[in-house]
Ligand binder design. Structure first.
Ligand code: SD4
Length: 343
């Protein structure tokens, strides 16, 4: 394991190299790599990496396993341990995509522990791409998933009770994080919001991978914005917004204010910038600039962050505000990087 200082040094040294070597040509030597959002992405990327090390370990199985590992952490913000909507119900969004444009997603899924696995079933067992709400749950049950109790985790319950005191509907995320968080590994409004009781305001796990056979895949899973309006769906289950994979080019995943990611079709936009020859870092930067350009004032109060890899295994990231970190796991080991920011 590298020390945090080494991680940061790695991040600052590697960026110019990435930028200068980025050409739109696909080298024969594929580099297996996993990149995942936030500090919590370190263990998730490790999990995915284990799958990539297996004989015939595919990028798809790797991102799936990584996403499951964090959904199973009931103390975490991703999955059923996450914060509920403003009516007190946890609703989960997830999607997954492979190297052949196969993709599946679920939105507003209740009482099912692994939405990413249901998303994969949508991809593999139906002719559709997205199932929502009661229909998504019905499909999950038909596929053999277990109906969980629907009880909030202890930390989410405390956070919800706290929120109910004001019941202030603030669809813009990260503002409340700035006010309430007490323990962050980064700084600024984008750092994961950890409340006094250890619960999170919101969070998303997005991860993208390239396997040794040159197959790309990605997965994204979230409980969405904490205390959101009932029925609200963010970018995370939307192919082209929260996640996109084009095996000729690269893979991209988003986290942050989903509405702004949807408005700009963020993940697809970045993929197209990479198709034009931009490095993953530059492509993410251009998409972040697009969001700030159309929200010159409001973007001071919300966060969006992207991570991207290209077909050759080069990676990059960009976010609006300081504090977004992402994990990289490749043959050089496990690294935690700090993303370049707009502000
Ligand atoms: C959403 N993009 O529901 C998600 C939230 C998120 O870290 O990424 N949180 O809009």
């Amino acid at each position: 394991m590298h020390s945090r200082r080494n991680f940061l040094r790695l991040s600052s040294i590697s960026l110019p190299v990435l930028l200068s070597t980025d050409q739109f040509s696909i080298k024969k030597n594929k580099k297996p790599i996993v990149v995942a959002t936030w500090d919590s992405g370190v263990s998730v990327a490790n999990k995915a990496w284990e799958v990539l090390q297996e004989e015939n370990g595919s990028a798809l199985d790797a991102v799936h396993a990584g996403a499951i590992s964090i959904e199973n952490e009931i103390s975490c913000c991703v999955g059923l341990g996450g914060n509920p909507d403003r009516d007190g119900i946890v609703t989960l969004d997830a999607c997954i995509m492979d190297h052949q444009f196969n993709c599946g997603g679920v939105a507003g899924l209740e009482r099912i522990k692994n939405p990413i696995s249901v998303a994969r079933k949508v991809m593999e067992e139906t002719p559709h791409v997205l199932l929502v709400g009661a229909g998504a749950q019905q499909f999950a049950l038909e596929q053999g998933f277990k109906l969980e109790s629907g009880k909030l985790s202890a930390s989410a319950n405390d956070a919800y009770k706290e929120w109910l005191k004001d019941s202030k509907y603030t669809p813009v995320m990260n503002i409340e994080q700035t006010q309430l968080r007490i323990n962050t590994k980064g700084s600024g409004p984008s750092a994961p919001g950890i409340f006094k009781d250890g619960s999170f305001n919101h969070d998303t796990m997005g991860l993208i991978a390239l396997d040794s056979k040159g197959r790309l895949a990605g997965a994204c899973t979230t409980s969405g914005m904490g205390f959101k309006m009932r029925g609200r769906v963010g970018d995370s289950p939307i192919i082209g917004s929260g996640l996109y994979v084009d095996n000729e080019v690269g893979a991209v995943v988003a986290t942050g204010q989903g509405e702004e990611v949807i408005r700009t079709s963020g993940a697809h936009l970045i993929t197209e910038f990479m198709r034009q020859g931009k490095s993953p870092a530059k492509a993410c930067k251009l998409a972040i600039e697009r969001i700030v350009k159309i929200n010159p004032t409001k973007s001071r109060d919300f966060q969006v962050a992207y991570i991207a890899i290209n077909k050759r295994g080069n990676f990059g990231s960009c976010c609006i505000h300081p504090g977004f970190s992402y994990a990289v796991q490749n043959e050089e080991g496990s690294q935690l990087h700090t993303a370049p920011t707009f502000f």
